[in-house]
Design a protein around this ligand. Structure first.
Ligand code: COD
Length: 305
């Protein structure tokens, strides 16, 4: 992987032209700081959507240590719902090349996107994680949009994650389909889906990756754990992508890594007409900065066929 950690990814994005990003409901300090830091690094040109009576005083405060805030464009919106609609409109008019979720609930943000910016792909979220104890970036999907995906939805989520891994320079990413065990147990439906996904990849129904599952988390990321359990797999112990069974388990995994293992996380939504930065409202500014760098890489992607 050319970007084993976020620093390398940030350095690459800094070489690219900035992307115009509509920040939907930018009326909160962390959101503004993330957008401003990304603007200062040259990753994006923000268009800030929100109530100007809240935005303008926040911007004046921020200008002191982020002078880029002085040049921000503002689009007035009276509510979060209106901000979400205006963000979509900016994309439709070609003024924004990407969207960033600000200080609003995910469903309020996503509804107009699902209504107007869908493509043939499924919308899905990928956490890109940088963990000190793992030698490369680890992609986790879907821990934020698709709540209880069925097999077809899991295949679509996996294909999106593979696309991102390839944009990040991994020609043939290794995708581990997670469950609680590495054998098929009809009483654990995610093991059956995992086996089907592996076979779908063998048959070319999922393309561009080595796919194996079911694998438990330890076997997916530790060669030693896989060896002790006698698992022969080209993916086990060396995964680039973890496909999780559902939103709840994936969300717990990602936040465990962040809060207990000190991982840094960036969040991105793929499958809409434009890439979407989607971070949790409690995320630090760096999460938004790395997500903005990812958007720059996606926008200027050169993936081998
Ligand atoms: N991709 C493409 N189309 C979709 C998707 C998707 N991911 N999800 C729904 N659709 C389509 C459906 O096919 C349908 O045509 C239409 O959109 C409405 O479908 P519903 O009624 O199933 O969808 P909603 O509007 O009830 O829910 C969609 C959300 C994405 C809002 C919902 O799945 C959701 O709330 N997800 C969790 C978001 C969240 O809270 N994340 C935070 C956790 S960190």
């Amino acid at each position: 992987m050319p970007y084993p950690h976020f620093d390398a990814l940030l350095a690459e994005a800094a070489r690219l032209p900035p992307v115009s990003v509509a920040v939907v409901d930018a009326t909160e300090e962390h959101v503004l700081r993330g957008a401003c830091d990304a603007q200062a690094q040259g990753f994006l040109e923000p268009i800030l959507i929100g109530d100007p009576t809240i935005l303008e005083p926040l911007l004046r405060r921020l200008e002191q240590d982020c002078p880029a805030a002085r040049n921000a464009q503002i689009v007035a919106a009276a509510s979060a719902e209106e901000a979400a609609e205006l963000g979509v409109e900016l994309v439709e008019k070609g003024r924004a090349q990407a969207l960033m979720k600000g200080h609003l609930h995910s469903d309020t943000f996503l509804h107009p996107i699902l209504a107007k910016l869908r493509t043939k792909q499924r919308l899905s979220h990928v956490f890109v994680t940088d963990i000190d104890t793992y030698p490369k970036l680890l992609l986790i999907s879907d821990a934020a949009i698709n709540i209880s995906p069925d097999l077809a939805t899991k295949a679509a989520i996996l294909q999106n994650a593979i696309q991102l891994a390839r944009i990040l320079g991994v020609d043939e990413p290794k995708a581990a389909i997670l469950s609680a065990v590495e054998v098929i147990n009809p009483a654990i439906p995610s093991t059956i889906d995992a086996a089907c996904l592996s076979k779908m990849a063998d048959r070319g129904q999922i393309e561009g990756a080595l796919v194996d599952g079911p694998l438990a988390f330890d076997n997916a990321i530790s060669k030693e754990a896989a060896r002790i359990k006698g698992i022969r797999s080209s993916v086990a112990g060396d995964a680039d992508i973890l496909l999780v069974p559902d939103l709840v388990s994936g969300n717990i995994l990602a936040k465990d890594l962040e809060y207990l293992a000190g991982a840094s996380l960036a969040g991105i939504v793929l499958g809409a007409q434009v890439p979407i930065i989607l971070n949790s409202r409690a995320d630090p500014a760096r999460a938004r900065l790395v997500s903005a760098a990812l958007v720059a890489l996606i926008q200027h992607q050169e993936v081998k066929p």
